[in-house]
Design a binder for this molecule. Sequence first.
Ligand code: 4AD
Ligand code: MG
Length: 468
Amino acid sequence: MTTKKEMRSRRIRIKNALQASRATTGMCVCGWARTVRRGKEVTFIALNDGSCLANLQVVLTPEMDGFESASRCGTGAALHVEGDLVVSPAAGQSWELHARKIKILGDTDSDYPLQKKRHSFEFLRSIAHLRPRANTFSAVFRMRSALSFAIHRFFRERGFLYVHTPIITANDCEGAGEVFRVTTLSPEQPPLAEGDVDWRQDFFGERTGLTVSGQLQGEMFATAFSDIYTFGPTFRAENSNTSRHAAEFWMIEPEMAFADLADDCALAEDFLRYLVRFVLEECAEDLTFFHQRIESGLIDKLEKLAGADFSVMSYSEAVERLQNASTAFEFPVAWGEDLQSEHERYLTEQVVGGPLFVTDYPADIKAFYMRNNDDGRTVAAMDLLVPRVGEIIGGSQREERFEVLEGKMRKTGIEPQNLRWYLDTRRWGSCPHAGFGLGFERLLMYVTGMENIRDVIPFPRTPGNARF
Ligand code: 4AD
Ligand code: MG
């Protein structure tokens, strides 16, 4: 049995307090003071506990216990408030809390960096440990959490198995040489063999690094469970300081057995649409904030996407369109060259004005595992491009023919012996299969309108930056 006194001191979330259906006496909330407006007769504290964007207005009057000391608390102080929830006479809020008792759990001082209402994102990045207390970031990270849940829900509803692929691996799945090394060997005096570092003496007995993708191991599971997905951190030592690349990012990688490139595109389209619908329905308050403050027209853009079919264009057609464009690009366009971000954005923003699948890229610019098309020069690959962000998804049908795959490995300088385990699935019970990777941060950039990847991941890792 709980006593009345215990019930009174039980904290409720500010989100729930603000959604109350009636006035309540004896309510307890905790949070951090966003602003404190002191007066002789009355002090107003805007309290936020991260459960929603809105603050709860706490009203302090001289009749209450400790009015003087509580009124002196600083912006950012952590407070425990007991009081009565009453209808607010102020515009823009239904409820306010008339405090009876306030405990300052942790006060602050004038050095607290979040005194002002608005700060630049750049400045806030330099205080990444405190920025979750700023409105924009509180909205971003609530969205990030909600979307993670939606991702699992989508796959669970479709019967996909969730598999945890390893973080440490001996393979560079993408073959782009962007692997962060993992080693316990001495950096000053590593053991040598024939003039090179003797990796056989390393912890795992071979050269290992942090994974750039869970795909190869995901494929092993797809050829046992049919439909699987991974959702985890991936690492790339890409020394590019762009607003769309991070050295540590999260990726969602579904893999389907008995599926081809068209099935793959269909899944990607359903997936993105599902996630967009989810945020429209479940994250309305935060989305409205982004719509008003970050990207005008954001909600209209998302509503349009939720209802429309995505466009599809082959790489060859994309190149033709780009070559005929009147825009002057910084990078030249030629068949056989990878599309640059400016090209991707032109295609999705100017040519189709919405999401666009570009398919069937030249084999020479794509990873070894993609399935060769019959034309002998392209592979069954797809990238999904969206306005403002560019590539958000990369995927393909996989090469399931043993000899062809082995040949592709040799051609790209991969010793088949080192990927025997991967080739084994092509020896025994091989089947057509396909999958893709969605960059979680790119998705967040798309649905929030935030323009820098550093602002949608809690503690960004980019070249020269791993402090927090
Ligand atoms: O196109 P990528 O390199 O594809 C793969 O890794 C495949 N193995 C996926 C698969 O088929 N299972 O990466 C997939 C997505 C990109 O489209 C992009 O959204 C994101 O991952 N991405 C990055 N996001 C942030 N920072 C980086 N450095 C990224 N590199 C890729
Ligand atoms: Mg890619």
